[in-house]
Design a protein around this ligand. Structure first.
Ligand SMILES: *Cc1c(COP(=O)(O)O)cnc(C)c1O
Length: 231
């Protein structure tokens, strides 16, 4: 179990590595945002992370995020919550109500549900589309060849505030080609936000243009019980 000083040290070290990777790529360090992935982490570690000043957090499950963040919202004015896991259409209402950014839009039915909820609630999170760059059957995300058309329909048919793209490269492949592909699709569609890079590959992602890196275990320590989970 990490103590608060470990969390602060881990965050400082990651921010350092991010700045170094940005500088090496000729990019400004402020151009890359750290998303602290708090999924499955004990509350004590999350409190310690908040105490460091970290305000941008990623969660992969709507209900877990509600339990953790609904009451904390009012205590932290500049909190930014980002949904980075798959979203079922029947949880669109809860997701629109809680999150500032949804990174996992990947199909028309969900786009319709989000647009509908945004209308009803009078607010809409910023949206990223998840691209399944490795075309893995078990992974969500639009296939790369369908990305341009889906981006167009998210904007024009559903009127969503689309900001960028997200990907999770296959675990057994060199991530660089996946990051390059995501950056290429974003550039040709005029999208500025690139959420890519995790604990093991964020420096590579920054080299390929990541604006947001999603880091869990390297910041908080290993997720308890994570061995049984596939993702
Ligand atoms: C869990 C998760 C992360 C963080 O993974 P680490 O390897 O612990 O940094 C990043 N992105 C997504 C989509 C995740 O589900």
């Amino acid at each position: 179990m990490s103590v608060p000083s470990d969390i602060a040290a881990a965050r400082a070290a990651i921010l350092n590595r991010m700045a170094k990777a940005a500088a090496e790529a000729g990019r400004a360090p402020q151009g890359v945002t750290l998303i602290a992935v708090s999924k499955q982490q004990p509350d004590g570690r999350v409190e310690a992370m908040l105490a460091t000043g970290q305000r941008v957090f990623g969660e992969n499950r709507v209900h877990e995020a509600q339990a953790r963040w609904t009451s904390r919202r009012s205590d932290y004015a500049h909190l930014q919550l980002r949904l980075i896991g798959p979203l079922q259409s029947n949880k669109a209402a809860d997701a629109v109500a809680l999150f500032d950014v949804i990174e996992s839009l990947d199909r028309p039915k969900l786009a319709a549900a989000l647009a509908d909820e945004a209308q009803k609630q009078g607010r809409c999170p910023e949206i990223l589309i998840q691209v399944n760059t490795g075309e893995e059957a078990q992974k969500t995300g639009v296939p790369p060849l369908e990305a341009d058309a889906f981006i167009k329909s998210a904007r024009e048919t559903y009127g969503l505030p689309l900001r960028g793209l997200m990907c999770i490269p296959p675990v057994d492949e060199e991530p660089a080609m996946h990051f390059a592909l995501l950056a290429k699709i974003a550039a040709r569609n005029g999208l500025a936000t690139l959420s890519m890079g995790m604990s093991d590959d964020f420096e590579t992602a920054i080299r390929f243009g990541a604006t947001h890196v999603r880091i869990g275990s390297a910041l908080f320590g290993t997720r308890p019980g994570s061995a049984q989970l596939t993702e």
